[in-house]
Write a protein that binds this ligand. Sequence first.
Ligand SMILES: Nc1ncnc2c1ncn2[C@@H]1O[C@H](COP(=O)(O)OP(=O)(O)OP(=O)(O)O)[C@@H](O)[C@H]1O
Ligand SMILES: [Mg+2]
Length: 375
Amino acid sequence: MKQVPFKFGEVVTGEHFTNREDEINKLRSNFISLQNTIIISPRRYGKSSLVKEAAERFVQKEKGYFFCFFDLMYIYSEEEFYNQFATKILKATSNKVEEFLQLAKNVLKGTRVTINTGTGEPALELGVNYIKDNIDTILNLPQIIAGKKKKKVIICIDEFQNISRFKQHEKLQGRLRSIWQHHKNVGYLLYGSKQTMMIEIFHKTNGPFYKFGETIYLNRIHKDRLREYVQQAFHSTGKEISGEICNRIIDTIENHPYYLQQFARNTWLISEEKVTEADFIEAKRSLISENLNFYNELLDNLTNYQVNFLRALLNKEEQLYSSEVIYSYKLGSSANIRRMYIAFVNKGIIIKEGGKIIFADPVFKLIAEQRFLPQ
Ligand SMILES: Nc1ncnc2c1ncn2[C@@H]1O[C@H](COP(=O)(O)OP(=O)(O)OP(=O)(O)O)[C@@H](O)[C@H]1O
Ligand SMILES: [Mg+2]
């Protein structure tokens, strides 16, 4: 049996990656000019994939750059942050373990390096006191190494908003900014999914990271490109799908990249050589049931007001605060609507895009429709 030509839930590059030409070009020119960049989007729009793809294409053409990828997803303290930051940079800029050890000896004098017995991978072990005495050196590592090796370094930090969960994170942010802004041979690319937190870090006028770099807001992917992608993937595995069914798949998940891959995968698995209407319906059903568990608890705990609020959104009411809508959907008061709006935004259920409130997750919308709108 042929391998499924769709992938979701992990970073995708190469054949599983489509579109984003404009963003890739922009990143390319920012890498060259070492322009700091921030990428913001709701969850699963493809930030991590975009950065990986852009970096992969870049290093194929340009020599003289080191890329360092650092994910703050599982970093919970400042101490871990410094340890991982330094380790990742040394790894990204050295080829072999010996080189890592040599570099550690030269640039971080008196540090301990441990070698993982399973993987053979080296890691720095910087204690609290060592960090305290060497904070500036650690944060300057990319620039120090760039200078030593006569290369440029691009530091890519994913889930950057997690920095806000460290104690005294504002002080750390101020320190990062004040040191990083002097790096002549280093570019920083910071991205993350908690949109409100990212905006808080980068757009608060009195915050340390205000105007740190250029911000790219990532959108969903254009319909034509998604359709080409799906049709090509079916075709290359000996199957056929009509443009019309493709369009309906894309419309159902409202051009969301992650769900496009999941829905297309389901359709591919169910179908024979040619995708039928029945396949589409069955694939949609499994898309919903695969995602239901994730939302069950949230849906069960909604208040009546919240259900009414969702109904108004599902019915595409635009004047949510008008007395007519408040009255007919029993929404209480405009203050109540505001509260519910903020709560749903913080939960990542709704977002404002192009001045409109939309559902961040199109599959949540399908589930809510089934549950709260008369069929
Ligand atoms: N350019 C793309 N072409 C095709 N599919 C894509 C693309 N970008 C993202 N996807 C799909 O979306 C999924 C999520 O992508 P990715 O993990 O890069 O998003 P993210 O914004 O970093 O997500 P998170 O918010 O969870 O960190 C991928 O696994 C893939 O299925
Ligand atoms: Mg990501």
